[in-house]
Design a protein around this ligand. Structure first.
Ligand code: 5GP
Ligand code: ZN
Length: 140
Protein backbone atom coordinates (compact mmCIF):
# COMPACT_ATOMS: atom_id res chain seq x y z
CA UNK A 1 0.00 0.00 0.00
CA UNK A 2 1.55 3.27 -1.13
CA UNK A 3 1.12 5.22 2.12
CA UNK A 4 2.27 2.39 4.42
CA UNK A 5 5.64 2.91 6.11
CA UNK A 6 6.26 -0.82 6.54
CA UNK A 7 5.55 -1.48 2.85
CA UNK A 8 8.08 1.25 2.09
CA UNK A 9 10.70 -0.27 4.39
CA UNK A 10 10.12 -3.70 2.79
CA UNK A 11 10.50 -2.16 -0.68
CA UNK A 12 13.66 -0.23 0.27
CA UNK A 13 11.89 3.10 -0.24
CA UNK A 14 12.34 4.11 3.40
CA UNK A 15 15.39 3.36 5.52
CA UNK A 16 15.09 0.33 7.75
CA UNK A 17 17.69 -1.70 9.60
CA UNK A 18 16.81 -4.98 7.88
CA UNK A 19 18.21 -8.10 9.55
CA UNK A 20 16.43 -10.83 7.56
CA UNK A 21 14.60 -11.19 4.27
CA UNK A 22 13.13 -14.04 2.25
CA UNK A 23 10.60 -14.35 -0.58
CA UNK A 24 7.64 -13.58 1.69
CA UNK A 25 8.89 -11.74 4.77
CA UNK A 26 11.19 -9.02 6.07
CA UNK A 27 12.48 -8.45 9.59
CA UNK A 28 13.98 -5.17 10.75
CA UNK A 29 14.91 -3.34 13.93
CA UNK A 30 12.13 -1.47 15.72
CA UNK A 31 12.96 2.24 15.59
CA UNK A 32 11.79 2.77 19.19
CA UNK A 33 12.93 -0.45 20.83
CA UNK A 34 11.61 -1.55 24.20
CA UNK A 35 14.70 -3.67 24.83
CA UNK A 36 18.01 -4.45 23.15
CA UNK A 37 17.32 -6.39 19.95
CA UNK A 38 13.61 -5.52 19.54
CA UNK A 39 12.77 -6.69 16.01
CA UNK A 40 9.64 -6.63 13.82
CA UNK A 41 8.79 -9.37 11.31
CA UNK A 42 6.33 -8.45 8.55
CA UNK A 43 4.84 -10.01 5.42
CA UNK A 44 6.03 -8.30 2.22
CA UNK A 45 2.41 -8.21 1.07
CA UNK A 46 0.40 -5.48 2.78
CA UNK A 47 -1.97 -7.04 5.29
CA UNK A 48 -3.40 -4.79 7.94
CA UNK A 49 -3.86 -7.38 10.65
CA UNK A 50 -4.24 -11.11 11.43
CA UNK A 51 -7.83 -11.13 10.16
CA UNK A 52 -6.67 -10.30 6.64
CA UNK A 53 -4.01 -12.98 6.40
CA UNK A 54 -4.48 -16.30 4.64
CA UNK A 55 -3.24 -19.50 6.25
CA UNK A 56 -0.44 -19.67 3.66
CA UNK A 57 0.65 -16.10 4.39
CA UNK A 58 0.64 -16.78 8.11
CA UNK A 59 2.60 -20.00 7.58
CA UNK A 60 5.23 -18.26 5.48
CA UNK A 61 5.62 -15.50 8.05
CA UNK A 62 5.82 -17.75 11.09
CA UNK A 63 8.25 -20.07 9.30
CA UNK A 64 10.86 -17.34 9.76
CA UNK A 65 10.08 -16.78 13.45
CA UNK A 66 12.26 -19.51 15.03
CA UNK A 67 15.24 -18.42 12.94
CA UNK A 68 14.90 -14.81 14.06
CA UNK A 69 14.25 -15.74 17.69
CA UNK A 70 17.31 -17.98 17.75
CA UNK A 71 19.48 -15.32 16.14
CA UNK A 72 18.42 -12.84 18.83
CA UNK A 73 18.96 -15.45 21.53
CA UNK A 74 22.48 -16.25 20.31
CA UNK A 75 23.41 -12.60 19.72
CA UNK A 76 22.19 -11.03 22.94
CA UNK A 77 21.73 -13.98 25.31
CA UNK A 78 18.50 -12.62 26.78
CA UNK A 79 16.91 -14.36 29.75
CA UNK A 80 13.66 -14.76 27.77
CA UNK A 81 11.74 -13.42 24.80
CA UNK A 82 8.19 -12.18 24.24
CA UNK A 83 6.52 -12.43 20.82
CA UNK A 84 3.79 -9.80 20.67
CA UNK A 85 1.30 -8.97 17.94
CA UNK A 86 -1.35 -6.25 18.19
CA UNK A 87 -4.53 -6.10 16.06
CA UNK A 88 -6.56 -2.90 16.08
CA UNK A 89 -6.02 0.40 17.85
CA UNK A 90 -7.86 -0.93 20.91
CA UNK A 91 -5.20 -3.63 21.17
CA UNK A 92 -2.37 -1.11 20.87
CA UNK A 93 -1.71 -1.38 17.13
CA UNK A 94 -0.15 1.83 15.85
CA UNK A 95 1.16 0.73 12.44
CA UNK A 96 -1.51 -0.93 10.34
CA UNK A 97 0.66 -3.42 8.47
CA UNK A 98 0.78 -6.77 10.27
CA UNK A 99 3.92 -7.14 12.37
CA UNK A 100 5.17 -9.63 14.92
CA UNK A 101 7.31 -8.10 17.67
CA UNK A 102 10.30 -10.01 19.04
CA UNK A 103 11.17 -8.50 22.40
CA UNK A 104 14.21 -10.05 24.06
CA UNK A 105 13.82 -9.99 27.84
CA UNK A 106 16.65 -9.33 30.24
CA UNK A 107 14.99 -8.90 33.63
CA UNK A 108 11.84 -7.51 35.23
CA UNK A 109 13.22 -3.96 35.05
CA UNK A 110 13.95 -4.03 31.29
CA UNK A 111 10.95 -1.82 30.46
CA UNK A 112 8.55 -4.40 29.04
CA UNK A 113 5.55 -4.61 31.36
CA UNK A 114 2.82 -6.97 30.27
CA UNK A 115 0.09 -7.07 32.89
CA UNK A 116 -3.34 -8.59 32.97
CA UNK A 117 -5.94 -9.22 35.63
CA UNK A 118 -7.03 -12.84 35.79
CA UNK A 119 -10.81 -12.73 36.33
CA UNK A 120 -11.58 -16.06 37.90
CA UNK A 121 -14.76 -14.72 39.52
CA UNK A 122 -16.17 -13.43 36.22
CA UNK A 123 -15.15 -16.58 34.33
CA UNK A 124 -15.85 -19.72 36.35
CA UNK A 125 -15.44 -23.04 34.51
CA UNK A 126 -19.12 -23.20 33.40
CA UNK A 127 -18.75 -19.79 31.72
CA UNK A 128 -15.51 -20.85 30.04
CA UNK A 129 -17.25 -23.99 28.75
CA UNK A 130 -20.03 -21.86 27.26
CA UNK A 131 -17.56 -19.49 25.64
CA UNK A 132 -15.68 -22.47 24.17
CA UNK A 133 -18.97 -23.81 22.76
CA UNK A 134 -19.66 -20.44 21.13
CA UNK A 135 -16.24 -20.40 19.49
CA UNK A 136 -16.52 -24.02 18.34
CA UNK A 137 -19.84 -23.19 16.70
CA UNK A 138 -18.24 -20.26 14.89
CA UNK A 139 -15.37 -22.46 13.70
CA UNK A 140 -17.64 -25.32 12.53
P1 5GP B 1 2.34 -1.61 17.22
O1 5GP B 1 2.00 -0.73 18.38
O2 5GP B 1 1.61 -1.21 15.97
O3 5GP B 1 2.22 -3.07 17.54
O4 5GP B 1 3.90 -1.40 16.99
C1 5GP B 1 4.41 -0.54 16.03
C2 5GP B 1 5.92 -0.55 16.20
O5 5GP B 1 6.50 0.03 15.05
C3 5GP B 1 6.40 0.25 17.41
O6 5GP B 1 7.15 -0.58 18.27
C4 5GP B 1 7.22 1.36 16.79
O7 5GP B 1 8.36 1.68 17.55
C5 5GP B 1 7.60 0.80 15.43
N1 5GP B 1 7.76 1.79 14.38
C6 5GP B 1 6.91 2.83 14.10
N2 5GP B 1 7.36 3.52 13.04
C7 5GP B 1 8.50 2.89 12.64
C8 5GP B 1 9.43 3.14 11.57
O8 5GP B 1 9.29 4.09 10.78
N3 5GP B 1 10.48 2.30 11.46
C9 5GP B 1 10.66 1.24 12.31
N4 5GP B 1 11.73 0.46 12.12
N5 5GP B 1 9.82 0.98 13.32
C10 5GP B 1 8.75 1.79 13.49
ZN1 ZN C 1 2.01 -2.08 4.29
Amino acid sequence: MSSCIFCKIAAGELPGEIIYEDEHSVAFMDIMPVTKGHVLLIPKTHRENIYEMTADEASHLFAAAPKIANALKETFEPAGMNLVQNNGAAAGQAVFHFHLHFVPRYDETDGYRPTWDQKTDEFPSERIQQLAADIRQQLA
